[in-house]
Design a protein around this ligand. Structure first.
Ligand code: F6R
Length: 248
């Protein structure tokens, strides 16, 4: 892992957005599809803001972009404002020219019975595009990437998981109470993420300082799934000063 530290998350997010935009344009020139793996939550919000700005003001087009989101709560309806489906449309997809059929977000409404096959199909669809060119990540206080909670296998694929208690507590304010937070989620696996050609993990604020230190400096272990990124050859942790506070 390589890490870069910025004075502000704003400045850092603009740089990350520019890396993504350059990749989209480069692929466009080659007449190729650009496959983006996307995250939700507070960390990537300013990256999406800058991408939307570039679409509006600089003509950045998403016509050649295919996206795969990391995760979705399960079960959860798409029109629930806490759904990641809602989040992605609100922050990015409704404001750019991406083709509707090129958007992939795990579906929180599939039946229990179809869930297993649904996850296998999601995984195969990613591989059918030749895998992810650029994967954006955040990190949870449990060390999760996507919703790969402690205990996740390094080679795990897209699957249903049980959310950790800490993760549910962190989501409780948004759901107006812990009891409303779904107990499960669908997530791309650690293996799915690790196959990406390029990975950028964003972490902002003092609340992330402890887990960022563990992820970068800790022993590689399933107890902190983000440590698996140490073995990926093209991963950058993009941090603000607060999130980097405990690094030696
Ligand atoms: C979201 C995701 C999660 C978040 C993580 C951090 O799609 O995969 O791993 O990135 O929970 O969330 P924030 O950014 O809200 O601190």
């Amino acid at each position: 892992i390589h890490n870069v530290i910025f004075e502000s998350s704003q400045e850092a997010s603009v740089l990350v957005a520019h890396e993504i935009a350059n990749l989209i344009r480069r692929k466009e020139e080659l007449d190729e599809i650009c496959v983006l793996g996307l995250a939700t939550g507070s960390s990537p919000v300013k990256v999406y803001e800058e991408l939307v700005r570039m679409h509006r003001e600089e003509g950045l087009s998403f016509k050649n972009v295919v996206t795969f989101n990391l995760d979705e709560y399960y079960p959860l309806d798409k029109d629930n404002i806490q759904s990641y489906y809602y989040f992605m449309h609100d922050h990015l997809f409704n404001h750019v020219d991406i083709l509707h059929e090129n958007i992939n977000i795990p579906d929180g409404t599939v039946s229990d019975q179809d869930l297993h096959q649904y996850c296998i199909d999601y995984e195969m669809k990613i591989q059918s595009y030749g895998g992810i060119d650029f994967q954006l990540l955040g990190i949870g206080r449990t060390g999760h990437i996507g919703f790969n909670e402690p205990g996740s296998h390094i080679n795990s694929g897209t699957r249903a998981i049980n959310l950790d208690y800490i993760t549910r507590v962190d989501a409780a304010p948004a759901f107006l109470g812990l009891k409303n937070v779904p107990r499960k989620a669908i997530t791309m696996g650690v293996g799915t993420v690790r196959k990406a050609k390029r990975i950028v993990l964003l972490a902002w604020g003092i609340n992330k300082a402890g887990i960022v230190k563990e992820a970068i400096e800790g022993e590689i272990s399933s107890h902190v799934p983000a440590t698996y990124l140490q073995e990926h050859n093209n991963t950058t942790f993009v941090l603000d000063v607060e999130a980097s506070y405990e690094l030696t």
